[in-house]
Design a protein around this ligand. Structure first.
Ligand code: GLY
Ligand code: MN
Length: 467
């Protein structure tokens, strides 16, 4: 459970996080870790994942625990393991050892939490049993995390401000998640080759197993449900049954999460036969041009919306050049025509959550006073802030042929004249392409934490061909 180079630095990192929080609020805070939920009976639970807000300030994924923060003090509330725990779960560190590791000033039983709860704010956790406990111990309703009120809202705003820009301890973990994820994608590319295999084609499931196998072999877990699909037009496709057929593009959106919960999020799209067709290559180059142009713009002070609009413009221009769209790129973006093929936002915050702090709704990712646009081309923008040094964002433009968009009568009629539908038919071998990297905003510009994984078409082909 070593998140940082040694115990002192974990405790130091956590103290610095409390110092940053306490500058923004003047009331006590209780954060619960939550607990695993039963799959089909209590002794067969889903894997435990601690609440990210707890992890940020407690540093360790302790199950069924709470911390109380006041000023710079940290108190841990956690019961000793049950008497028969050693039989089923073996020896585990004592709570005193945990408390020492995280630099807690005191440790208490959970039953003592109520008497320390006066005036405390919290963030609602996802599991209902702990959520119910939150309301019981605080003796008041706790609003859901995505709609906090009162002091819980003040706390959510303060936590969002503190978590928005990553410290050195977080970056160590984020780099580790990125490195393992790169390895997973390389292994996935190498496991996909269909050429020369006769009828023995690998399946999406096989490639997924190879990619997740790398993550598991590093004793990490997946940060989200892997997407490994030849139907990349289904944006969050979690089915893996298709065999890979020569001519398919495989879209893999797979990311590792460290034991302390820090995530990576990478997407690559590759031809399973090891060679892009000319039409696939044409569209791939457009998405890559958007990806590269957006990353080049990432620096402190730039509006993330402008990066999204840049992706939209590069894609629109590329599609005009290919004869798929008609008109001027800026006009096409103005009328949201890019969103026919690029319907999602260009990316999101990344940290302890793959969409960092999305449990708080848009509170963290939208600048105060900004709300979601109702426009077709902007509604799925997940981040709407000027970028700051220390923020980690994804850049993930894409091109998709989504039947639910292309055959939707109102959209079809609205964009009847700007799409050359006959020309589009010539690109039927492209269902979905996305290229996604994790980009850290630095004082002078940016650093792509996932840059070691190739994006260039020829290099991707070489990987698939095992060169
Ligand atoms: N990795 C999935 C997503 O960004 O939505
Ligand atoms: Mn993403």
């Amino acid at each position: 459970m070593e998140a940082y180079s040694n115990h002192t630095s974990l405790a130091t990192t956590l103290r610095q996080r409390r110092q940053r929080l306490t500058k923004l609020i003047d009331f006590p805070v209780i954060l619960w870790s939550g607990r695993s939920i039963a799959r089909n009976f209590a002794a067969n639970p889903y894997p435990f994942r601690a609440s990210s807000h707890f992890l940020y300030f407690a540093g360790l994924p302790l199950e069924n625990a709470a911390i109380r923060l006041q000023g710079t003090s940290l108190e841990l509330f956690m019961d000793e393991a049950a008497a028969n725990s050693k039989l089923w779960h073996g020896e585990t560190p004592t709570r005193e050892e945990m408390a020492q590791k995280i630099g807690a000033d005191a440790v208490f039983n959970l039953s003592e939490l109520q008497s320390h709860s006066d005036g405390a704010a919290t963030v609602a956790v996802q599991d209902v049993t702990t959520y119910w406990q939150q309301t019981q111990i605080l003796n008041r309703p706790v609003s859901p995390a995505d709609g906090p009120t009162g002091i819980d809202l003040d706390l959510a705003k303060a936590i969002a401000a503190v978590r928005l820009c990553h410290d050195a301890g977080a970056l160590l973990e984020l780099r580790k998640a990125a490195a393992v994820t790169i390895e997973a994608h390389q292994a996935g590319m190498r496991a996909s080759q269909t050429r020369g295999l006769g009828t023995q084609h690998p399946s999406e499931a096989l490639v997924r197993s190879v990619m997740e196998g790398v993550i598991i072999a590093h004793n990490l877990s997946c940060a989200y449900g892997s997407i490994v699909t030849v139907h990349g037009q289904v944006l969050h496709n979690h089915h893996y049954q298709h065999p890979l057929q020569a001519g398919d593009l495989l879209l893999a959106d797979v990311g590792a999460e460290t034991e302390m919960g820090w995530a990576a999020d990478i997407t690559r799209t590759w031809p399973v036969s090891g060679k892009f067709s000319p039409t696939q290559r044409d569209l791939y180059e457009i998405v890559l041009a958007a990806h590269d142009a957006c990353i080049a713009k990432v620096r402190p002070g730039i509006e993330y919306l402008d990066i999204h609009l840049l992706a939209a413009t590069v894609i629109a221009q590329g599609l005009v050049d290919l004869g798929i769209l008609r008109g001027k790129a800026s006009d096409l973006v103005e009328m949201d025509a890019h969103a026919i093929f690029f319907p999602h936002g260009v990316g999101h915050l990344l940290g302890l959550d793959v969409h960092d702090m999305e449990d708080l709704g848009d509170l963290a990712s939208y600048q105060k006073g900004r709300v979601r646009s109702l426009r077709f081309g902007l509604g799925f923008l997940r981040l709407h802030r000027p970028l700051q040094t220390g923020m980690l964002v994804t850049i993930e433009p894409g091109f998709y042929q989504v039947p639910a968009i292309l055959h939707e009568p109102k959209l079809r009629s609205k964009y009847q004249d700007v799409v050359n539908w006959e020309r589009l038919n010539q690109f039927a071998d492209v269902r979905g392409i996305r290229i996604e990297d994790d980009v850290l905003v630095t004082q002078t510009g940016n650093e792509v934490l996932t840059a070691a994984l190739p994006t260039k078409a020829t290099v991707i082909e070489q990987f698939v061909n095992n060169h």
